[in-house]
Write a protein that binds this ligand. Sequence first.
Ligand SMILES: Cc1cc2nc3c(=O)[nH]c(=O)nc-3n(C[C@H](O)[C@H](O)[C@H](O)COP(=O)(O)OP(=O)(O)OC[C@H]3O[C@@H](n4cnc5c(N)ncnc54)[C@H](O)[C@@H]3O)c2cc1C
Length: 356
Amino acid sequence: LGVPDVVVVGAGIVGAACAYYASRAGLSVTVVDRAGVAGGTTGAGEGNILVSDKEPGPELDLALRSHTLWRALDIGEVELEAKGGLVVAASEPEWRALQAFAATQTGVESEPVSPWELEPGLARDVCGALYYPQDLQVQPMLAAARLLQGIPVRLGVTVNAIEPGRVVTGDGAITAGAIVNAAGVWAGSLGALPILPRRGFILVTARRSADLVRHKVYAASYVSNVASGEVGLQASAVVEGTRAGTVLIGSSRERAGFDQAMSLPVLRVLARNAIRLFPALAEVPVIRAYRGFRPYTPDHLPVIGPDPRVPGLYHACGHEGAGVGLAPITGKIIADLIAGRPSDVDLTRFRPERFA
Ligand SMILES: Cc1cc2nc3c(=O)[nH]c(=O)nc-3n(C[C@H](O)[C@H](O)[C@H](O)COP(=O)(O)OP(=O)(O)OC[C@H]3O[C@@H](n4cnc5c(N)ncnc54)[C@H](O)[C@@H]3O)c2cc1C
């Protein structure tokens, strides 16, 4: 195979997107992952491509660009669905705050709706709701695999260190012109960056009528939970139906290190919040629960760009709860940087050296 132009560390959705766009830019690419494709957080989350939850600023700008790229990707079936998001307010002050928030989201479409027309099963005591038609959904594991089609991927290979021009693995060194650190929540230790795990649980119900929950529906309080830097548990109702008829229930956020243990108290809070939103869920059994570790950075922004400390190293990590949504634009930026092509994205806020 010779020396590749690019080695991407990590076969999650972000690494896969970097590899895809680098390969499309004419670069030869090898991807290395110690586990399998989507064996990290990508395989332990959900697949929402949201613009509705982003406050105005650099992340929303990325999200809108990425939304366009997701729609344009031609990689085969990835269960991309223009599902739309319904955000519901539980009180009059919350409703006023939600409308004020939406008014600041330049480039994001939203409209006040009678929520029961879209979701007949929704609780009756909702004070107001906005519908966000641009919100999409995708199957992230399938998407990662599709993005990597035709690209050499070495699985079961652990990268122990990144050095200028090479990665040192348990299987020998791999030399490359450029190295992309897309190791998700583990990218911090590989690339000396302050990336921490922010744990989240998901409940999955038994199959019911696909009509029980038709959109992605979430409580307005979710937006402030996402933006918070709290260490302790934050939970707000995020409920969505799947084509198969199961309902996915989130969302919790807590910084509990890499503690893998299931937490019954957290799962109970998730169930209770979801039932408050969709009372009929009280009758639907839960079949399983899983958890994942979002790659959290202290300023809630991803790390995208070259590392001034290590020539040839580029970071593409720290996307926290939005890595699926932001993967294509991240991959495109990294490929443009490596290929020396101009980009019109302002990377100032995403620079690795902002933490120095
Ligand atoms: C409960 C939950 C719900 C979520 N819902 C959404 C959502 O709806 N929408 C959204 O956009 N995002 C969501 N997210 C966040 C999203 O899943 C992540 O932002 C995204 O998956 C990060 O992708 P990644 O490729 O950066 O990391 P990962 O998927 O973790 O990939 C990193 C890869 O690097 C590999 N690796 C690590 N260290 C090494 C090493 N030393 N050597 C070799 N390989 C290594 C790992 O094995 C892994 O495969 C959710 C997360 C959680 C936990």
